[in-house]
Ligand binder design. Structure first.
Ligand SMILES: Nc1ncnc2c1ncn2[C@@H]1O[C@H](COP(=O)(O)OP(=O)(O)OP(=O)(O)O)[C@@H](O)[C@H]1O
Ligand SMILES: [Mg+2]
Length: 254
């Protein structure tokens, strides 16, 4: 069983009469250790999909499991529990709490997990070290640059050792230089064995992740998985989702 499994997942927003089919039936497997990017035009359903994947929202129909736990019908309290134990989420606008220090922001998920103050501090400083922000632990978010705030947000996403990290346009609000550093950090996390899913508008960013999924009109329209293509650079783009289905016995399922 894959770490994340979606089968026929739909999301319909009902705006009093007008129904918006934001997701129109998504089948998706994500294995542990993968680094996947999701691309697609504005309004195609990327954020909707990420919010469902990240257990911030529930689907209208279909089935979904994370780490073997069925989540499509979970109540808000159960969903919060799964989120807290299994998932790290990184937002475009960082979403740090302005009144808390850097360290307190990062400690927050651990409070819900019942860690003692001493263990919280130790663990928060550990992940802040990982993103090279341990020297700013007493600062408030407003005293940091955008890139620094995003590194703190990544530390917060990592602090509970999640099974998977979702990031929705994590570089969308950063200049290209700072964005590149954040991406480098994601690549390092992937090299360290972490599982990551990233939404991006930028084809250059998507081009560097081993697996890419394209969403159109709430459906997966195309997929490239470089790990199925050993060899030349141009063949990275040769394999589509249909090809992969034809290949069948993929290494990911082995
Ligand atoms: N809370 C909501 N209520 C009603 N409709 C919504 C809501 N959120 C999203 N939608 C609609 O669902 C569709 C998919 O939106 P979504 O935010 O997932 O797109 P996106 O691919 O993330 O776009 P972008 O690249 O602009 O961020 C759009 O038509 C959008 O208007
Ligand atoms: Mg979006």
């Amino acid at each position: 069983m894959a770490l994340v499994e979606l089968r026929g997942v739909t999301k319909i927003y009902d705006l009093g009469g007008e129904k918006i089919h934001a997701l129109a039936g998504v089948d998706l497997d994500i294995e542990s250790g993968e680094f996947t990017s999701i691309v697609g035009p504005s309004g195609s359903g990327k954020s909707t999909l990420m919010h469902i994947l990240g257990c911030l929202d529930t689907p209208t129909g279909g089935a979904m499991s994370i780490d073997g736990i069925r989540v499509e019908k979970a109540r808000p309290k159960e969903l919060a529990r799964i989120r807290n134990r299994k998932i790290g989420f990184v937002f475009q606008f960082f979403n740090l709490l302005p009144r808390l220090t850097v360290q307190q922001n990062v400690e927050l998920p651990l409070i819900y997990m019942g860690y003692s103050a001493a263990r919280r501090r130790e663990r928060a400083m550990e992940v802040l070290g990982l993103v090279e922000m341990d020297n700013r632990s007493r600062h408030r978010p407003s005293q940091l640059s955008g890139g620094q705030q995003q590194r703190v947000a990544i530390a917060r996403a990592l602090v509970n050792e999640p099974r998977i990290i979702f990031a929705d346009e994590p570089t969308g609000n950063l200049d290209s230089n700072t964005g590149e550093k954040i991406l480098q950090l994601f690549h390092e996390l992937h090299a360290g064995g972490r599982t990551l899913v990233l939404v991006t508008h930028d084809p250059d960013i998507a081009g560097l992740t081993p697996r890419r999924i394209e969403i159109r009109d709430g459906r997966i329209a195309d997929e490239v998985d470089t790990r199925l293509v050993r060899g030349t650079e141009q063949s990275r783009f040769a394999l589509t989702r249909d090809d992969r289905d034809a290949v069948g016995d993929s290494p990911r399922e082995a």
